[in-house]
Design a protein around this ligand. Structure first.
Ligand code: S3P
Length: 199
């Protein structure tokens, strides 16, 4: 499942990637429409961990919606809030986190994640991402474009390298949200088992 010459076939990361301590949080990354909220909510249920979304936390802190923040203050201001909120949420344990699609794009974000964070890239094609977004009711200011598919392709081209720094890559068009959540839960459980064994 790790990105590589044959995406979808490689195995999950070694539990030892968490350096014997077990994973304490999951961070889902990927393009808008990749299913971070759907998979994250289900994964939280499976693990008994809280699911928290960076965008919700930004909206709560700002007392405004994301489109309002973009419209009134601009993207740069949104990115500052997102950075602050993200850093706070990444301190928490036993949580499933969904970053906004643009959070991993800033230099160092993915490589600087703590070793007890299981980062997961939920891969989706730009075409499928736009289809899913059109079927939903959440406004994404960056895709309010005459040609959202081209815009999504551009965003993915810029961000792909950062997303690929995640420990685990899952193709969201190859399995259901339930399958994806179960695969991630199994990685967490096997890291916990290996921690037990090493005690
Ligand atoms: C953005 C993604 C959105 C939200 C904002 C910008 C991006 O989050 O943070 O509209 O830059 O890709 P989702 O990926 O949760 O939709």
């Amino acid at each position: 499942m790790k990105e590589g010459p044959d995406p979808g076939s490689a195995s999950a990361p070694e539990a030892g990637d968490a350096r014997g301590g077990g994973y304490r949080r999951v961070l889902l990354v990927g393009l808008m429409g990749s299913g971070k909220t759907t998979v994250g909510t289900r994964l939280g249920e499976l693990l008994g961990w809280e699911f928290l979304d960076f965008d919700d936390a930004v909206e709560e802190a700002a007392g405004r919606t994301i489109p309002e923040i973009f419209r009134e203050d601009g993207e740069a201001s949104f990115r500052e809030m997102e950075a602050r909120v993200g850093a706070e949420l990444l301190e928490r344990s036993r949580v499933v986190l969904a970053s906004g699609g643009g959070w991993p794009a800033a230099p160092g974000r993915m490589v600087d994640l703590a070793p007890d964070t299981l980062s997961v890239w939920l891969r989706v094609s730009p075409e499928e991402a736009v289809r899913r977004i059109r079927a939903g009711d959440v406004v994404r200011p960056l895709l309010e474009d005459v040609d959202p598919v081209t815009r999504a392709r551009e965003l993915l081209a810029v961000r792909r390298g950062r997303y690929a720094e995640a420990r685990l890559t899952l193709d969201t068009e190859a399995g259901s949200a339930e399958d994806l959540a179960r695969t991630i839960a199994e990685t967490i459980h096997s890291s916990a088992r290996s921690r037990e064994r090493s005690r």
